[in-house]
Each structure stands twice: as C-alpha cells, then as structure tokens.
Design a protein around this ligand. Structure first.
Ligand code: CMC
Length: 442
C-alpha cells in the first residue's frame, strides 16, 4: 500500500455509538433495522437485509432519501447551508487555498505539508502532456463537437494508453495523469472548436495559469495570464471540487462498483454532469439570461413562466436537491462576481438581469415556500463569461473542478471493504406473464 493510500485510512474519526435498532412492522410482522450514525450525527436505517428477511424493498425514485455508502470526504447540511471538505468549511478554504492543495486534501484525506504539495504539484506538472497519437482523435471530431463530448471521450480513451491499474502505485499514477491531463484535453477541445492549433502545456505555470495559457495562447501572439484570471479560476475550481453523492459522483461510484477502471468511471461521471439539471445548468443559466435580455429584459415574465408548471420552463440556476437554504458556494460567488468584473473592467448586462431575477424570486411565495435559492451555477457563468470562456466550455470547467471529488470517491469506494456492485431493485409494473404470439399470428 502506498503512502497516499495509507493516509485515507488513518484519517477516519471514531463514530458516535448507534442507538437501538428501529422497528418496522410489515404485514403484522416486526423487523429490526440497525441504525447507523455519522460523525455529524446524521442517522441512517440499515435496510440492507430487509428484502432477505421480509421480501420487501424500499422505494425511493431519484434516491432523495437513500444513502448508498458511508463517506468521509464531504459533509453538507442543506438546511443550514453548510459545505465542508474533509471537515474544513468552504468559506475558510475559498480564497485562501490553491486548487492543487484541495485536490490533495480530498483525495488523500489531509492537508498537504509544503513538501507534499511541492511533490504533488511537480508530478501534476510532469504529466500534463497527452500522447501525440491522441491528437488524431481530435482530428476525427467535427469542429462543432460539444467540448463535454470530447472531454468524456478523451478521458475514457486514456485507459487505452494507461491500462495498468492493478497495484496502488499504478493507480496513484493514473490519478495524477487524470488531474494533469484533464486541463490539456479541455483546452484542446476548445482549440478544436476554434479551428486553432493545440497549445502545449508550460511547466513554469501554475495549474490554473497553465490551463488559461493552453486556452488563449495563439502562435501569432504571446499571451500573459493576468493574475486576476488565475485567482478567479482557482476559486471556481475549488468551489466545484466536491459535493458528496450528487448525480455525477454517484455515477462514478456506480460504474466503478463493477470494477471498471478509473478513466472509464470518471468519463461516465463527465457524461452525467453534462445534463442541464446538473453541471450543464451553468451553460443553461447564461442562455436563459441571454433570452431574457433579448426579450427586452422582461425577467418578471420568466419568473411567472417558471411558476407555471405547464410551461415546462424552470429558472435555471435555482433550486437544489440538498440545499434548502442559500447554496454556500453561490453566496461566495455572488460576493466575488462584482470584484472580478471590476478588476477585469467588464460590465455585463446579464449580471444586472441575474440580480434582478434573484431579487424577485427570493421574495416570491412560489420560490420561498419551496425553498428555492440560487445555486452555484447561477453566478459562475457570469464570471466565466467575463474571463472570456465561451458558454459551451462552462460545464467543462465544472468537470475540471469536480475531478478531485470524483477521484476521491472512486478511491474511497475501492478501499471500502463493504463495497459491492451497485445494483438497485425495482417495482415491476408491466404486464403479468402472457403467452408469446408468433409473428404470423399477430
Ligand atoms: N424553477 C422553478 N421551479 C422549480 C425549480 C426551478 N429552478 N426547481 C425546483 N422547482 C420546483 C419543482 O417544480 C417542485 O415544485 P412542486 O413541489 O410544486 O412540484 C419543487 O420546486 C421541488 O423541486 P424538485 O424538482 O422536486 O427538486 P429536485 O430536488 O428533484 O431537483 C434540481 C433539484 C436542481 C434538479 C431542480 O431544482 C432544478 O431543475 N433546478 C434548475 C436546474 C439547476 O439549476 N441545476 C443545477 C443544480 S446545482 C449544481 C449541481 O450540483 O448540479
């Protein structure tokens, strides 16, 4: 077992004692359900033996009330608006840490020492290049390809170049490769869209500056990364770094539970993130704000449309499965957005529309009673836009930020002795048995 693998094991705190089992009565027969208590006092009923003992399963579409694993990575209290990575509040991390430090923290379980961070960053720097042959994959994509499709395809393709994963050392190296090559692949996807030549990474730049260099450098013109851009990107990546069992992370765990390799599992997570109800919402927010601007800025009309269930329209960037209070990440971004735009000298009419929309929604009974607050995607797009990032790259940046979270969960699952292949059950509602009718008689 490598040093880094050991660290995860050593960090687990003692859990509070569990109370007496819960009792469930079904068809007059009583069943005991053991109770599990987490380190922040969250209570779960262990139903893993319920079907074997009673024949019944639990029913929870969308898994809103189902705990699929124990995890020591991220804690969220959605009612209180709390988000902590390995115990550290997001408000204390934001603006004070480097994204690379947070990658290390999430994946290996503790804050790195200066020496550990230097070594980690050095490894990330040395593995940024992708195999020259992989450039041929980019040649094959149409130039209009969505960069999320390219990112997902290229990440699973990494497993054709680095198939070894049997030993912890191989795995640790693949983790580094994924974090290091992610920005290179993402920037190359953008270059493909632009019809520009791929820009190679620079080893003298920080993780964020190197990405911006690969995005915005062109052979004809030297490109200097402005510190404000590096800072803004660093903050955005940190705010997206993990969010416990969300749709994409659960997908990574689901795919990984079959012992599919790291790259295949993360590629599946990238695909799950793409949807507009998840990470794709940051692109959808800007498209919605643009639509409102083009509609003479009539944001109230869109609030009314969102309240009308028949319209099929939702206020993108609003609401969250877990947060029933302000999303703490949105709070940080809202406080940052004016600062970044001012420093960049950008004035964006979409920001004014966003603020007005938020103000109306926060005081509207429909949104208040359903506890619908702006989420992380509501303000992130405005910052990306000001940074010169095109709209279809927003979700790619979400994916780069979420990479350490996905990796941390995948590794945690791998080392969990209770991990089994993920395989939910269902309540069958189709026809009962009936005789097959051959084609000639139909
Ligand atoms: N606009 C209008 N109504 C909404 C919205 C919205 N954005 N979000 C939820 N509602 C309503 C919903 O219709 C339902 O009403 P009712 O109880 O009368 O049927 C109620 O609020 C509860 O919503 P839900 O759909 O049961 O909530 P959920 O937990 O299943 O879905 C969500 C959460 C984030 C998918 C949803 O709020 C949504 O679609 N929001 C817009 C998309 C978005 O911003 N997604 C990014 C999420 S944050 C980034 C991430 O982690 O992925």
């Amino acid at each position: 077992m490598s040093q880094q693998t050991k660290a995860v094991v050593e960090e687990s705190p003692a859990l509070p004692p569990a109370p007496a089992p819960a009792r469930l009565t079904l068809d007059g027969k009583e069943h005991e359900l053991p109770v599990i208590v987490g380190s922040e006092g969250e209570v779960g009923l262990d139903i893993s033996q319920l079907r074997a003992r009673s024949g019944a399963i639990t029913f929870d579409p969308g898994y809103g009330n189902t705990g699929a694993c124990e995890s020591a990575i991220t804690f969220i209290d959605g009612e209180a608006g709390i988000l902590r990575y390995r115990g550290y509040p997001i408000e204390e991390i934001a603006g004070r840490a480097q994204f690379t430090e947070i990658c290390y923290l999430l994946i290996y379980g503790h804050l790195p020492t200066a020496e550990e961070l230097k070594d980690f960053e050095n490894q990330l720097t040395r593995h940024t290049m992708i195999h020259e042959d992989m450039k041929k994959f980019f040649e094959g994509f149409p130039s209009s390809a969505h960069p999320m499709a390219m990112l997902s395809s290229m990440v699973v393709s990494l497993s054709t170049y680095y198939p070894k994963e049997g030993r912890d050392d191989d795995l640790d190296l693949n983790v580094i490769r994924l974090l290091a090559k992610g920005p290179t692949i993402a920037a190359a996807s953008y270059k493909k869209n632009m019809g520009q030549p791929v820009v190679y990474p620079r080893n003298d730049l920080s993780y964020c500056s190197n990405f911006l260099h690969m995005m915005f450098s062109v052979p004809a013109e030297p490109y200097e990364v402005r510190p404000v851009l590096d800072r803004a990107l660093n903050l955005l990546l940190i705010l997206h770094a993990d969010h416990e069992q969300n749709c994409s992370t659960s997908t990574v765990r689901m795919v990984g539970s079959s012992q599919a390799n790291l790259f295949a599992s993360i590629s599946a997570g990238i695909s799950a993130l793409w949807g507009p109800l998840h990470g794709g919402a940051n692109q959808a927010v800007i498209e919605m704000l643009g639509r409102i601007r083009d509609d003479h800025g009539d944001y109230k009309k869109y609030v009314d449309m969102a309240k009308d269930k028949g319209s099929g329209f939702k206020l993108m960037g609003f609401g969250h499965r877990v947060y029933k209070n302000f999303d703490p990440r949105a709070k940080i971004l809202k406080a940052t957005v004016d600062e970044v735009l001012a420093e960049l000298g950008v004035s964006d009419p979409l920001l004014e529309i966003a603020k007005a929309l938020e103000e109306v929604a926060l005081h509207d009974e429909f949104f208040v009673s359903r506890k619908l607050y702006p989420n992380v995607d509501f303000y992130s797009g405005i910052i990306y836009r000001a940074m010169g990032i095109p709209t279809n790259m927003f979700t790619v940046l979400f994916a780069l930020g979420r990479m350490p979270g996905w990796i941390a969960h995948w590794r945690e699952m791998l080392h969990d002795p209770r991990n089994r292949i993920n395989r939910p059950r269902q309540i069958y509602t189709g026809p009962p048995q009936r005789p097959f009718v051959p084609l000639a008689q139909r």
